[in-house]
Design a protein around this ligand. Structure first.
Ligand code: NAI
Ligand code: MG
Length: 346
């Protein structure tokens, strides 16, 4: 029996995770669930956003279903106590370095996309985002300059091993898909990006079957709305991948639709929607649970070896979206009604 850690977190996290869990339970697979607090919820209960018991459960589990963290009542806390440290801590502690973020337009959602229908229809891409390095994990701090000005700093750094393993993840993903990999960097101005580009080119020697291209991140942002159909797999760093994937979400209709998998080298994974805790709609039953449900499908595929079950869940979401929409997609379904629709389709 596989053990699934459920870490609902804050804001809409518990609301959408509950729907994802209902879908997993409906599949009647051999799964056990264990839940633990994380983020602001854990801080309020224990004084720490990632308590030892939660980290221990995450380590013991075969896979982790994560909601979202972020709690405005924690905004004034020191950085190491902020809810967001929980997800950064899990990624680092479990070496979850490869973040897969697929984006594809569901049939019939053309009107929800920010793009023209014929442009949106061509979207079927995967962003492979590095998760263990970059400015999020570099030396950071606040200091005073010699002239008395407050100065904040975050060091952006990557070593070649970090770049190599995410490059391999990008090439492997491209090989399984349409054989195209676009590496996104800012090599014209950043040393980290120059190393990134050099290492990606080195790794490409092992992947003759994958067509590699390079693009600067500012151009990539533009190309994502101009002609997103040109992309198959995008491999990029932590910061650029964070921004480009939120952008990609609006190209397919809503951030409430985009799932993600965060994997280590052995395939252990944490699965979470790409969105945050959405304090503006939390507690109102308005959140779109599809991203969380689709994250559970990615879990079935990548960590539990159940690709048919994953296909079934993805097909059920697609079917449910034909007649049911939450407010972010212009509909009036509640989180629960949307979950019910997916269950009915299943
Ligand atoms: P957000 O993703 O929470 O929300 C951005 C906008 O999208 C909001 O208007 C929200 O209502 C909407 N939205 C997000 N998910 C939705 C869903 N499932 N259905 C319908 N609408 C949805 O990003 P924001 O506002 O920048 O951050 C809020 C908090 O979440 C912050 O504390 C932030 O640090 C945290 N955060 C946590 C993440 C995580 O746990 N992995 C990821 C991103 C942000
Ligand atoms: Mg983000």
């Amino acid at each position: 029996m596989a053990l699934i850690a459920i870490l609902p977190g804050d804001g809409i996290g518990p609301e959408v995770t509950a729907e994802a869990r209902r879908v997993l339970e409906a599949l009647a697979l051999d799964l056990a669930f264990e839940e633990a607090a994380v983020g602001g919820a854990a801080y309020h209960a224990t004084g720490h956003p990632l308590p030892p018991a939660t980290l221990d459960l995450a380590r013991r589990a075969d896979a982790i279903l994560f909601g979202s963290v972020g709690d405005p009542s924690c905004d004034a806390l020191e950085r190491h106590l902020r809810p967001e440290q929980a997800i950064l801590g899990l990624r680092k502690e479990l070496t979850l370095f490869a973040n897969l973020r697929p984006a594809k337009l569901f049939a019939g959602l053309e009107d929800a996309s920010a793009l023209r229908p014929e442009v949106a229809r061509a979207i079927d891409l995967l962003i492979v985002r590095e998760l263990n390095g970059d400015v999020y994990f570099g030396e950071k701090g606040m200091r005073t300059t010699p002239t008395g000005l407050r100065q904040g700093y975050d060091l952006m750094s990557y070593d070649e091993a970090e770049v190599r393993r995410i490059a391999v993840a990008g090439f492997e993903a491209a090989r399984r898909r349409r054989g195209k990999l676009c590496s996104v960097d800012k090599a014209n101005v950043l040393e980290t990006s120059q190393l990134w580009r050099d290492v990606v080119v080195e790794v490409s020697a092992d992947y003759d079957d994958v067509a590699l291209s390079h693009m600067y991140v500012d151009n990539a942002a533009m190309q994502l709305v101009r002609n997103p159909g040109q992309f198959d797999v995008i491999v990029t760093g932590n910061l650029f991948g964070d921004i480009l994937s939120d952008q990609a979400s609006m190209c397919v209709g809503s951030i409430g639709l985009l799932p993600s998998a965060s994997l280590d080298a052995e395939g252990k994974g944490l699965y979470e929607p790409i969105h945050g805790s959405a304090p503006d709609i939390a507690g109102q039953g308005k959140a779109n649970p599809c991203a969380a449900i689709l994250s559970a499908a990615m879990m079935l595929r990548h960590s539990l070896g159940l690709p048919e079950a994953a296909d079934r869940v993805e097909a059920a979401v697609a079917a449910a979206l034909v007649n049911h929409r939450t407010a972010d997609l212009g509909g009036d379904c509640s989180t629960r009604t949307m979950g019910d629709a997916v269950l009915a389709a299943l």
